[in-house]
Design a protein around this ligand. Structure first.
Ligand SMILES: C[C@H](N[C@H](C(=O)O)[C@@H]1CCCN1C(=O)[C@@H](N)CC(=O)O)C(=O)N1CCC[C@H]1C(=O)O
Ligand SMILES: [Zn+2]
Length: 597
């Protein structure tokens, strides 16, 4: 059953046609009917009395997962709308890909055309056109479908015994304290984020002038990414020692003639160097490593488990860039997880919790992106390990990781409230949260006819997002444990576990457990007994040298944090609930001068 649904979904995602969509829906409906019976049985038993912990665990997972009582094509319709959205060219000829001459057919997609403009353009009006055309093309079209989906998802959740779809989404963490724990983790890291935000704002103001207020939130279109979730693409604008070696090896990859296939082989070799498993023959035969030229595909990179313990695939429209090389490691880590828990009973063949599935790939990425690792695989030569190079490197990683936290926090904070409080002012509430936690605002006024959250794949695809926030904290805990297993002597940010069999053995042990034990037990195994709690300490330790440097940079240079004026809130709050006084971003705070140790 699982194989059939996965195959049909693969068929649609790699060839977006009407008939493939219908076939996917038929298989999903069939699977849902089949699944509903077994789920009903599972939840009708009073399984709490069952002695054997393994079977009790199995029934608990089944009850948590529940069955979406809707194989409704709302999901496919939303994904369809997202995958098919097209806009007119926004660039002068030659800036980014095909010459965008007016009058040319409006066939630009999110990937690669618009993402490329957001990443590369330094012209604020061109960036504005790219940002607005995508948000305007997808949001309003998705909004009515999303309103219907909220209703259906809540109905399904209630059918499964949950209060609403948000509680259903949180179930795999099996932790009533999850929400306050996540909020506390964000509070622990947000001072570092505000320091980074203040520093980047100063650089952006220098480059773009007054469209970036020196004490205000940042306009969302200037940050190198359609959702401002990662700012690594504007590293050239902000890196403090530009004459020092950068850690972006894209030019070197092109110079060495890297192909998408070679990028995948490089990633596979990383995992086998740890003693983990090679990719299967089916993987190389059936994966989609590049954008197909003859048909439409859903280009968001993803990893697939065909539930038959041998067919695993990655679908990625790979470009020869360092960013995509890291994404390949992220996706291939999902495959490593699938391979390692393949011998578990079916119900345990999943991550200890959804964040574990995401954290492994990114923990590995923390090794892969170090200058030392890039040198070891021949993509960087004669690296210098001086102070400036380390600050450059830490800043580049922070532009990806620290920046990502408030975004990953906001997505489900917003979505859970839509499920529990309703669908009015969805857009205003989205921007209120983004302004408060991310210090980002829309570049142009937005109304409730817009639906800017829909511009993000995971909202259109009904993919929960908390996993990426929890993964961000977890991946540094796992990285620290792997580095300790590998016997790494130096500071955490210079650790590369490449070729360490000890690290590989620890990783294999964690991956093989799948969901057979509660995730806190698995976390205790991963940290070799150190803890079963999520803890931001390893993350803060990793960035410690940068945190000190930022504090010195921001001292006496003005505001850390952002003030919000009526101009900012008028961009979106005219249609939203007025900002509650307490909820408004705290007034600009000049950090008490901490002793620089
Ligand atoms: C690029 C990455 N694609 C996802 C991922 O790899 O998680 C895809 C799409 C949604 C789920 N998915 C899967 O592959 C799952 N089948 C994996 C699994 O659960 O087995 C992605 O969307 N990312 C990466 C970092 C932040 C986030 C983003 O870019 O916002
Ligand atoms: Zn992932």
């Amino acid at each position: 059953m699982c194989f059939r649904v996965t195959s049909a979904t693969w068929g649609f995602s790699t060839n977006v046609t009407e008939s493939n969509r219908r076939r996917m829906l038929e298989e999903q409906a069939l699977s849902w009917k089949f699944g509903r019976v077994s789920w009903r049985k599972a939840t009708s038993l009073s399984w709490a009395r069952i002695a054997d912990p393994a079977s009790r665990r199995q029934l608990q997972i089944l009850a948590q997962e529940g069955r979406n009582a809707l194989a409704d094509d709302r999901f496919a319709e939303m994904k369809d709308t997202y995958a098919r959205a097209r806009v007119c060219p926004v660039s002068a000829p030659g800036v980014s890909g095909p010459a965008g001459v007016p009058g040319q057919s409006c066939d630009w997609r999110l990937e690669p055309e618009l993402s490329r403009v957001l990443a590369r353009s330094r012209d604020s009006s061109e960036l504005l056109r790219a940002w607005s055309s995508w948000h305007d093309a997808v949001g309003p079209a998705l909004r009515p479908k999303f309103v219907r989906y909220v209703q259906l998802a809540n109905e399904a959740a209630r059918l499964n015994g949950f209060r609403d779809a948000g509680e259903h989404m949180r179930a795999p963490y099996d932790d009533p304290e999850l929400e306050p724990e996540v909020t506390a983790l964000w509070a622990q890291v947000s001072p570092l984020y505000r320091q980074l935000h203040a520093y980047v704002r100063r650089q952006l103001h220098r480059h773009y002038g007054d469209i970036v207020r020196e004490d205000g939130p940042l306009p969302a279109h200037l940050l190198g990414n359609m959702w401002a979730q990662s700012w690594k693409n504007i590293a050239d604008l902000v890196v403090p020692f530009p004459d020092k070696q950068g850690a972006d090896v894209t030019p070197e990859m092109l110079r060495q003639g890297y192909t998408p296939l070679r990028m995948f082989q490089t990633a596979e070799e990383f995992f086998t160097s740890l003693g983990l498993k090679p990719m299967s023959m089916e993987f190389w035969r059936h994966s989609m490593l590049e954008r197909p030229v003859d048909r439409e595909a859903v280009c968001r990179a993803s990893a697939w488990d065909f539930c038959n313990r041998k067919d695993y695939r990655i679908k990625q429209c790979t470009e020869v860039t360092m960013e995509d090389l890291l994404t390949i490691h992220h996706e291939m880590a999902h495959i490593q997880y699938y391979l390692h828990y393949a011998d578990q009973p079916f119900i345990f063949r999943r991550g200890a919790n959804p964040a574990f599935h995401e954290a492994i790939g990114d923990a590995v990425g923390l090794s892969v992106s170090t200058p030392r690792h890039l040198q070891r695989i021949g993509l960087l030569n004669n690296i210098t390990d001086d102070y400036e190079t380390n600050i450059n490197y830490l800043l580049t990683v922070a532009l990806d990781k620290v920046v990502y936290l408030p975004f990953a926090y906001v997505v489900d904070q917003w979505r859970w409230r839509v499920f529990s409080e309703g669908v009015e002012n969805m857009n205003g509430r989205w921007w209120e949260l983004r302004m408060r936690h991310q210090g980002v605002i829309p570049p142009v006024p937005r109304t409730e006819r817009d639906f800017d959250p829909g511009a993000k794949y995971h909202v259109a695809a009904d993919t929960p997002y908390l996993r990426y926030f929890v993964s961000l904290v977890l991946q540094f805990q796992i990285h620290e444990a792997l580095c300790r297993a590998a016997g790494h002597p130096g500071p955490l940010h210079t650790c590369d576990i490449y070729r360490s069999r000890e690290a590989g053995r620890l990783l294999a042990e964690v991956l093989s457990l799948g969901a057979s034990r509660p995730w806190r037990d698995v976390l205790r195994v991963a940290t070799q007994g150190a803890t079963d709690r999520l803890d931001a300490r390893p993350l803060l330790e990793f960035f410690q040298p940068l945190a000190l440097w930022l504090r010195v940079q921001n001292r006496e240079r003005g505001v850390v944090g952002w003030t919000t004026t009526s101009h900012d809130t008028a961009l979106f709050a005219r249609w939203a609930r007025p900002l509650a006084a307490a909820a408004a971003a705290p007034a600009a705070t000049t950090l008490p001068l901490l002793a620089i140790v």
